[in-house]
Design a protein around this ligand. Structure first.
Ligand SMILES: *Cc1c(COP(=O)(O)O)cnc(C)c1O
Length: 431
């Protein structure tokens, strides 16, 4: 399979090059040249397939010959080595829980698949030693650190803003050791992000270390997110209804992977992009004007994105036809107060605890179902409520039990290097 750059269709790369580079040399996002429909027999027999078989059928064409079948299956098996339960919450409303991975974030799947793919390319000698450089506002860093831990030939360097990630998130970044280094930056997330961008453009660094990024612009992080939708479909028990998925969206990688699954024949009739106050897509669908702006801070902070990087891929899927896109995508935006009220109401009436991101997804779904009662709806729960403990416990006035996976980490000792500016990052990377 070849990938073209969304800035220039003539520029083609295979899967390996697209993964190693992240972005095309012209800074465009990579997009698969062909999207093939899966055979009807796959959907008819999906009940009988296990997670690895489903993942393999879904992604094999996008990987092509570059990873042999048996190795690809091993990577998928490791990537999906936890549960993705669909939990009924109300009549015709279920939650797809994506937070049962090692860092309790849905980003675990993309990070593990990317680590497995890059690990294979290094092992085969197709690439030299590689440094994954990433800035995090919280969840990405932990998932990437855990996904790449112990992968030979790959170093991971994570920048995070001092005092601005939760205690659990900080421990997930700073206690692993081995090939994972955490750099604690005196500043905000935007500064971490700027330093990372600058490092990618710095020839002196690039000569010394081959850098790659691990955010959802990378096809190896973006594509495996389609697994969720297939795995959910396998579990769903509904009859004669249409199917809608509501996705709490920030950079729009997750929802775009779902839409790709639909293109491949997965019978999803509609998507809802649920936004917090950062609602550039909600406004776009209302008035046809796409106007990125600076992000504002909310309680669903992993979605605080003012200029969603994957939205160009969504547009490409619909051949940049606004009318076509509107048929399959709705979008609603909710503020923090509405989000908190939803957490409380759902907890009080059903006993189900949502995190602030899942709650935005729930609200978007309910808004859509108001006018489309014939649908069966699934919202994606993208983080465990324990990761947003302060907000959730205050709203439901109950303790949220801490999973054993997390309890262990809280006693471990934090190890991070302090850096204050770009020069300090650079000298660390050149050392
Ligand atoms: C990253 C993240 C999102 C947003 O996903 P995108 O693919 O960027 O749209 C939503 N919820 C949580 C908890 C996240 O970590």
């Amino acid at each position: 399979m070849n990938y073209f750059s969304l800035n220039n269709r003539e520029h083609l790369s295979n899967f390996e090059k697209a993964v190693v580079r992240g972005l095309a040399p012209d800074k465009g996002l990579y997009f698969p040249e062909k999207i093939e429909k899966l055979p009807q027999s796959f959907f008819d027999e999906i009940q009988a397939l296990d997670k690895t078989e489903i993942g393999f059928e879904a992604i094999k064409n996008y990987v092509g010959e570059e990873i042999p079948e048996s190795r690809l299956k091993d990577i998928i098996a490791e990537t999906l080595d936890f549960d993705f339960p669909v939990v009924p919450v109300e009549d015709s409303v279920s939650s797809l829980e994506l937070f049962h991975g090692p860092t309790l974030a849905f980003k675990d799947v993309g990070a593990r698949f990317m680590a497995g793919s890059l690990g294979y390319f290094v092992e085969k000698g197709k690439i030299e030693k590689l440094t994954v450089l990433v800035a995090t506002s919280g969840d990405t860093g932990g998932a990437v650190a855990s996904g790449f831990l112990g992968v030979d030939g790959i170093d991971v360097v994570i920048l995070y803003p001092k005092g601005k990630v939760s205690e659990i998130q900080e421990k997930q970044l700073t206690t692993l050791g081995e090939n994972v280094t955490a750099l604690e930056v005196e500043g905000a997330f935007d500064q971490c992000q700027d330093m990372v961008k600058k490092a990618f453009l710095d020839d002196e660094i690039q000569q010394k270390r081959q850098l790659t990024s691990a955010n959802s612009i990378n096809v190896a992080r973006w594509l495996p997110q389609m697994f969720y939708y297939f795995l959910a479909y396998k579990q769903l028990k509904y009859k004669g209804q249409k199917l809608v998925f509501s996705v709490p969206s920030g950079n729009f990688g997750n929802i775009c992977a779902g839409m790709l699954a639909r293109e491949m024949g997965l019978p999803i009739d509609h998507f809802v992009a649920s936004n917090n106050a950062n609602n550039v897509v909600t406004r776009y669908l209302e008035n046809g004007k796409y106007e990125p702006r600076g992000s504002v801070q909310t309680i669903s902070n992993a979605m605080d994105v003012g200029s969603p990087s994957n939205f160009v891929r969504v547009l490409e899927l619909f051949e940049n036809q606004f009318g076509n896109l509107k048929k399959y995508l709705s979008s609603y935006s909710f503020d923090d107060l509405a989000t908190k009220m939803a957490i409380k109401e759902v907890y009080d009436t059903t006993g189900y605890t949502m995190d602030p991101h899942g709650a935005v997804g729930y609200l978007g779904l309910k808004e859509f179902l108001k006018n489309h009662p014939q649908y069966y709806g699934v919202f994606l729960e993208t983080a465990h409520p324990v990761k947003f403990l302060d907000t959730v416990e205050e709203v439901i006035a109950q303790k949220v039990p801490v999973p054993a996976l997390i309890e262990g980490i809280l006693d471990k000792k934090k190890k991070a290097h302090q850096i204050n500016n770009y020069d300090e990052l650079k000298s660390y990377l050149l050392k």
